[in-house]
Design a protein around this ligand. Structure first.
Ligand SMILES: [Fe+2]
Length: 309
């Protein structure tokens, strides 16, 4: 087999749902993001890094994902990834082209096996980095619930060049596209949905201060703070006003490709899952909110793509 082109990095995510743009003040006043751009039906929020936007709030018919947003290093890599997606049987939604939206740049979209839209973009608008303390810098990772965890994992590995960093028992797989331990993780679920989206704080001190900012404004973590086993990252989970789970994290493990070996983490050893032993296991309510609401994705785009080919 020819060498697999790897996805460059995770840019962020565009969420959709009824009334979602109206939840903007929560993300500005409490979560620590800033409005980057706004249209009639959508608000785009940036962090302190260069990325045009980390998180989008788009009006939509269901609570779920509008698209997961990835970067490629340049146009040649974008074209190569597009060719790989076609060759390896992905549902590809058109050729690479200029994006006409605010963030601009060049790229294309595909559907994953759960009909999630994935957008790949290069040459996007970039901000100057800021040095505001205790504000999210980037989206660290997106965790997805899938009714076919193994099939979806195979897709992310084979079509998009992700590699397995670790497993949590037979319930979860952590996938990397660069040195970050995971940019995407998959959880075995009864249906497709979003499990959570994690925002990276630059330091552990800022991670704690972010939790403090939330707490002072009346939002305690629904789970955490604690430190995960797989990825070794501190975590504090909150529930957004629209019922999505969001996380502050920091210090995610960086992977050395030459020496890293994926392992299966036990779920029966409490200290392996909760390294500081501060968080305890997730409550039934936490599990329920992380299971999320069924997200049909975009089956109509799959039908269109198949009809056109
Ligand atoms: Fe996470």
């Amino acid at each position: 087999m020819t060498e697999t082109i790897r996805t460059g990095s995770l840019r962020g995510i565009m969420m959709r749902g009824p009334g979602l743009p109206a939840t903007l003040p929560f993300y500005e006043d409490m979560w620590g993001l800033r409005l980057a751009h706004q249209t009639d039906d959508c608000a785009l929020l940036r962090g302190t890094g260069e990325e045009a936007f980390l998180y989008g709030l788009k009006e939509g018919p269901v609570f779920g994902i509008e698209y997961v947003h990835f970067a490629m290093p340049d146009r040649a890599a974008m074209d190569a990834l597009h060719a790989q997606c076609l060759a390896r049987g992905a549902i590809v939604l058109g050729k690479p082209a200029e994006f006409g939206d605010w963030a601009g740049g060049y790229g294309f979209e595909i559907l994953d096996p759960d009909n999630r839209r994935l957008r790949f973009r290069t040459d996007a608008l970039r901000h100057d980095e800021e040095t505001e303390w205790a504000k999210p810098r980037k989206v660290s990772h997106v965790v997805l619930n899938s009714p076919d965890m193994e099939g979806t994992q195979e897709f992310y590995e084979h079509v998009l060049g992700f590699r397995v960093s670790d497993y949590s028992a037979d319930q979860m797989v952590f996938l990397r596209c660069n040195t970050d331990h995971h940019s995407i993780a998959l959880v075995r679920g009864n249906y497709a949905s979003v499990n959570h989206v994690a925002f990276e704080m630059p330091t552990l001190d800022e991670f704690m201060r972010g939790i403090g900012r939330m707490k002072q404004k009346g939002h305690v973590p629904s789970w955490g703070p604690g430190r995960h086993g797989p990825g070794n990252n501190p975590f504090a989970y909150f529930v957004s006003p629209s019922g999505f789970v969001i996380e502050f994290t920091s210090e995610l493990q960086q992977i050395n490709e030459d020496s890293h070996e994926a392992k299966v983490w036990s779920r029966t050893d409490p200290e392996a899952m909760d390294r500081w032993m501060t968080a305890g296991p997730p409550t039934p309510a936490q599990r329920a909110v992380m299971q999320g609401r069924p997200d049909p994705g975009f089956p109509e785009l799959r039908a269109q793509a198949l009809g056109a080919s």
